[in-house]
Design a protein around this ligand. Structure first.
Ligand code: ATP
Ligand code: MG
Ligand code: FE
Length: 340
């Protein structure tokens, strides 16, 4: 069985062809980073328009690279939640049209659950039950994942997402968008202990939550004080920039790692799966690997290209097909997060 998966929740237009054995026959990702760069963040209207232009070429490329014909596809899956409304609509409409045209089953999937399932694809072994950590541009949530259909949120950010804080701090430091990779590169030359930035809730073992907004403000004060400032014209010494970047990154990593370990301890679950763009962060990967090993647990983090948005995460549709959970053409885009 071959499934065509489509992803357009935010600013990556992606398509993949995956078999029910979880073999990835092709995976194509068209990033829009260059379109959003000058705004230092995703502009929803620009994203939706770019998806429209790229959606069909990306699908054709995925089918071509898989060395099949469109008519060889047995099912069509699409991430229909959560995400930006205009972006989601493009992928959902394309998927519905193809499913109708080919007369094949249509499956809507939850993008966040897909981020975790990417670990099952990458390691080709069952991942449930596990503690699932999603750390991306829009979310930072810890789940107890009982099955592909049962994700119980245990905690998460009460304000900004981890990736969003990377993007905003990078912007303050005059680093390019997307901020995560640029900031971690800059941090390589810095001292992570140079500044004692806050680590909210880290010592509160009663909750599994994050808060990155105050951390971002603390970095802002360190860079420019409390007054109004034009960050673009700010001159920051290279070493100071690297020290701020490293100290900020370490604070985020300490919070993410600390709460993930706490979730393991509280739930007694020994397997941890991580997904989302921030999981590409090297300092985070190393720190979590060490701590999970100390706990005697198992850590599965998908390779970098499966951490950021891609259509391989749509492979979770295979679980839905096996369980008979197929959608019909009334499938809609659901921008908000459904707690499931
Ligand atoms: P969501 O999945 O919540 O809908 P999204 O799809 O925009 O959001 P992803 O593509 O999963 O998010 O991740 C993008 C985020 O990951 C950006 O905020 C980016 O800065 C961050 N990121 C990417 N690489 C790194 C890195 N090496 N270190 C830290 N952050 C990173
Ligand atoms: Mg993106
Ligand atoms: Fe994502």
């Amino acid at each position: 069985m071959k499934i065509l998966t489509i992803e357009s929740t935010c600013d990556e237009t992606a398509a993949a062809v995956i078999t029910d054995e979880l073999d990835v026959l092709s995976s194509v990702v068209a990033s829009q980073d260059e379109l959003h760069q000058r705004f230092a963040g995703v502009v929803p209207e620009i994203a939706a328009r770019a998806h429209l232009e790229r959606c069909l070429p990306v699908i054709h490329e995925a089918v071509r690279k898989a060395d099949i014909e469109l008519t060889d596809i047995d099912a069509v899956a699409v991430a229909n939640m959560p995400g930006l409304a205009g972006s989601l609509l493009v992928g959902v409409t394309a998927a519905k049209t193809l499913a109708w045209l080919l007369d094949k089953p249509l499956i809507g999937i939850n993008h966040l659950q897909g981020h975790i399932y990417a670990c099952q694809v990458a390691f080709k072994k069952p991942i449930f039950p596990c503690i699932g950590l999603i750390i991306s541009g829009g979310h930072s949530t810890i789940y107890h994942c009982r099955s592909a259909f049962d994700f119980e949120p245990l905690g998460g950010t009460i304000d900004d997402a981890a990736g969003e804080s990377f993007d905003k701090v990078a912007s303050m430091l005059g680093l390019p968008y997307p901020g995560g990779p640029a900031l971690s590169k800059c941090a390589l030359n810095g001292d992570p202990k140079a500044f004692a930035f806050p680590r909210p809730f880290l010592n509160d073992s009663s909750r599994l939550d994050f808060s990155f907004s105050g951390l971002k403000t603390a970095v802002r004060y360190e860079i420019a004080g409390a007054g109004a400032v034009d960050f673009k014209s700010l001159e920051i010494d290279d070493q100071r920039k690297a020290d701020i970047a490293a100290s900020f990154e370490q604070a985020v990593v300490d919070c993410l790692v600390g709460k993930t370990i706490l979730a393991m301890q509280k739930s007694g679950i020994q397997r941890v799966c991580v997904g989302g763009g921030v999981a590409a962060n090297r300092r985070f990967r190393e720190a979590l690997e060490n701590r999970v090993a100390e706990e005697g647990g198992e850590l599965l983090i998908a390779p970098m290209n499966l951490c950021t948005d891609n259509a391989v995460l749509g492979a979770i549709a295979i679980e839905k097909i096996k369980a008979g959970q197929v959608d019909d053409l009334s499938l809609d885009a659901v921008p908000g997060l459904i707690r499931s």
